[in-house]
Design a protein around this ligand. Structure first.
Ligand code: PXG
Length: 299
């Protein structure tokens, strides 16, 4: 049996799971989504992902026709049907089928689908050697326009940035906001570590505050909590490229990448030019967390 996909109340083979050409998710990018991971029959921070999905939908005034508990059951049933213990889960809710006009009121019921599949892991060498990233000209969406906190189907902003990075031979793009402050990458949040001169001389873990325009990452939040439980000093602070260039360590966080070290930005070596100590500590802590923090299921 091939991959089974949940779509609008039913499970069907992936070849048959399709949406209408009149679906506003396709016509206008009018919808929301989540990317979630399961580790050894444990869906990592599923409730947090569902909360974010509901919040994204609420802002767009999409009423998801399921309760969070029902959605949780749908996700777990999809994993079980596909006999997946380690998986990537994509949950999508669109405005639904309408006509050839923007008016969302013409769309009577949201389209819901859930895809679970094997995860494609980044090569292990990337975690050992670290990533080279580049600042791109496309700035992150203004929070006053499409707020980046909404995980919507409008990813063109990030896609343009990704194209620009790849055109320059990099896998990830560093995105500024319209004022030139660091926000995040195309599919990951960003952190830096800096030991500041002064009396304490303790390394501080720093990430941009989300009001600058970034997704409130579930992995980002997990890293903040892990740092706090280790009594690592943490601050959400406005940072510039200059700050990043002169950081001791930089790393990215996201559901797909987990925690990935950055060793070069715009040709500047970061710290010692190899994955930093705190990055590796937090990466280890994160791996341990994925083995215990989530919703468990049986195949
Ligand atoms: N920023 C952006 C713009 C994202 O899209 C993150 C940060 C990290 O957030 P989480 O909650 O994952 O820690 C994301 C996450 C995909 C894919 O298939 C994208 C994401 C997550 C998983 C898969 O492109 N984006």
């Amino acid at each position: 049996m091939g991959l089974q996909v949940y779509i609008n109340g039913k499970w069907m083979p992936k070849e048959l799971a399709s949406v209408s050409v009149f679906d506003h998710g396709l016509l206008y990018g009018d919808g929301v989504f989540e990317g979630i991971r399961a580790y050894g029959s444990l869906v990592f921070r599923l409730r947090e992902h569902l909360q974010r999905l509901w919040e994204s939908a609420h802002t767009l005034m999409i009423t998801i026709p399921l309760t969070k508990q029902q959605m949780e059951r749908v996700i777990i049933e999809t994993l079980r049907t596909n006999r997946l213990q380690d998986a990537y889960i994509r949950v999508v809710v669109t405005r639904g089928v309408g006509d050839l006009g923007l008016d969302p009121a013409k769309c009577k019921t949201p389209t819901i689908f859930v895809i679970t599949d094997k995860i494609v892991l980044y090569p292990a060498s990337l975690y050992k050697k670290g990533l080279k990233i580049i600042t791109v000209p496309t700035v992150r969406n203004l929070p006053e326009a499409i707020n980046p906190a909404i995980k919507s189907l409008n990813y063109l902003n990030n896609i343009l940035a990704k194209i620009e990075a790849k055109n320059s031979g990099c896998e990830e793009a560093l995105m500024m906001n319209h004022q030139g402050y660091v926000t995040e990458c195309t599919g990951d949040n960003i952190f830096m570590v800096k030991t500041e001169s002064g009396t304490r001389r303790k390394p501080v873990l720093i990430t941009p505050p989300d009001y600058l325009g970034a997704l409130k990452g579930i992995t980002r939040q997990a890293i903040i909590e892990l740092a706090q439980s280790r009594k690592i000093a943490f601050e959400a602070r406005v940072i510039t490229r200059h700050d990043l260039f002169n950081a001791d360590e930089v790393f990215l966080t996201g559901t797909a990448a987990e925690v990935i070290p950055v060793v070069e930005i715009d040709g500047r070596k970061i710290g010692a030019g190899k994955p930093g100590k705190m990055t590796n500590i937090l990466l280890g802590d994160f791996h341990r967390l994925t083995k215990k923090d989530g919703v468990r299921y049986r195949l």
